[in-house]
Design a protein around this ligand. Structure first.
Ligand code: 5AD
Ligand code: SF4
Length: 374
């Protein structure tokens, strides 16, 4: 029996797919190289922007012909898109050849759903789930081992769907993280360990007793072994001096911070509910530059947030120019149903979003060319 997994979205989803692969291999499946050869195809979806959802819908739709050829093929869809009850039902109703639609938190029971398909199609979504489950992982990212340290997000940035699909922040117990990392080191195959979470800097606030992210970093670095430690993503409001000092002082930590600014304009940052100002953000950048020379810094930006004027976009442009990031991701704002921003007046037309995103990416290119020349 063979499986094929199609993954969309962020690194956390890539790691989630390693979990799915582990579960399927435990059930006796082996990986194959194409959809055509598979007995089960799993779509691990992303809901962050409309474009991501459209890609999933198009590619799931294409599976109809495979199902015609192979009646026993099982098609399962999971991930952030299916965490939304309405979307899950839409998938089930629109694509009669999908056998299983389950949410992220139902994954540990994937074997049960596969077995139950014999009796009928499966749709089940759990809104919240446990994080400490110990599942088999099939690590697929070469010399890098991903380690999940927390799930969910409490920030409710007004554009973002994540808190609605991944639930509230839940940290894994430090002892479980350290145990997993010790095993990774013992395996000897991995040069790099990357800690994953929507907002790693608020790690441990929900634990009893509390554990700070800086302590977690230090405790991991204290483990014997030859590895580089990295992490993502950091929210500027939670990146403490202690974390910056830890990155500066620990040789094992990669000198790299992904610090999404999203906008360079204070009115838009406020509307986004980001809880920092341009000035505060720049203070953090300056601190990083001062304490960690040659630290690589990258960022995410959203252009065309509701009511964003040309001048306000220019503040984002000037922030990118000022910080001179090593690289940036620039996204056109995409309204997500159920979020606060999707109901705001003053939605920006697509042509303007296109122009702004291209302008920002052009600037990034110019900065990189200048840096390369230097
Ligand atoms: N529209 C556009 N971009 C978004 N992001 C999150 N939500 C949206 C949205 N609704 C971007 C943010 C985030 C990155 C992962 O995706 O920049 O940092
Ligand atoms: Fe979304 Fe904001 Fe949480 Fe990041 S911090 S996952 S952008 S709500």
């Amino acid at each position: 029996m063979k499986y094929f997994i199609v993954t969309y979205g962020c690194q956390m989803n890539v790691h989630e797919s390693e979990k799915i692969a582990g579960i399927l291999e435990d059930l006796g499946y082996t990986e194959c190289g194409s959809r055509e050869e598979a007995d089960i195809i799993v779509f691990n979806t992303c809901a962050i922007r409309e474009g991501a959802e459209d890609r999933v819908l198009g590619n799931v739709g294409n599976l109809k012909r495979l199902k015609k050829k192979n009646k026993n093929l099982i098609i399962a869809v999971c991930g952030c898109m299916t965490q939304k009850q309405k979307t899950a039902e839409y998938l089930m109703n629109t694509f009669p050849f999908i056998d299983i639609v389950i949410g992220t938190f139902n994954l540990p029971k994937l074997g049960h759903y596969i077995e139950a398909v014999k009796k009928g199609r499966q749709l089940e979504i759990l809104q919240e789930g446990d994080i400490d489950e110990v599942l088999p992982y099939k690590r697929t990212s070469g010399e890098n081992a991903w380690v999940n340290i927390m799930q969910g997000c409490n920030n409710f940035c007004t554009y973002c769907i994540v808190p609605y699909v991944k639930g509230r922040e839940k940290s894994r117990k430090e002892e479980n993280i350290l145990k997993e990392i010790k095993e990774i080191i013992k395996e000897g195959k991995y040069k790099k360990i990357t800690l994953l979470g929507q907002n790693v800097n608020s790690y441990g606030k929900d634990l009893e007793p509390k554990v700070s992210f800086a302590k977690l970093l230090k405790d991991i670095c204290a483990l014997d072994g030859d590895f580089t430690l990295s992490f993502m993503t950091s929210h500027p409001k939670d990146l403490t001096d202690e974390v910056i000092d830890t990155i500066a002082n620990e040789d094992k930590i990669e000198k790299y911070i992904h610090l999404p600014a999203q906008s360079g304009n204070n009115r838009i940052l406020k509307l986004m509910n980001r809880s920092y100002t341009r000035e505060k953000y720049l203070d953090i950048i300056n601190k990083i530059r001062e304490k960690i020379p040659n630290c690589r810094i990258t960022s995410d930006f959203i252009v065309g947030f509701p009511t964003e004027t040309e001048e306000e976009f220019n503040d984002t442009y000037s922030l990118v120019k000022q910080v001179r990031y090593d690289s940036i991701f620039a996204f056109m704002y995409s309204p997500r149903e159920g979020t606060v921003a999707s109901k705001m007046e003053g939605q920006i037309p697509d042509e303007i979003k296109h122009k702004r995103v291209n302008k920002l990416l052009q600037l990034e290119k110019e900065i990189q060319e200048e840096d390369n020349k230097r």
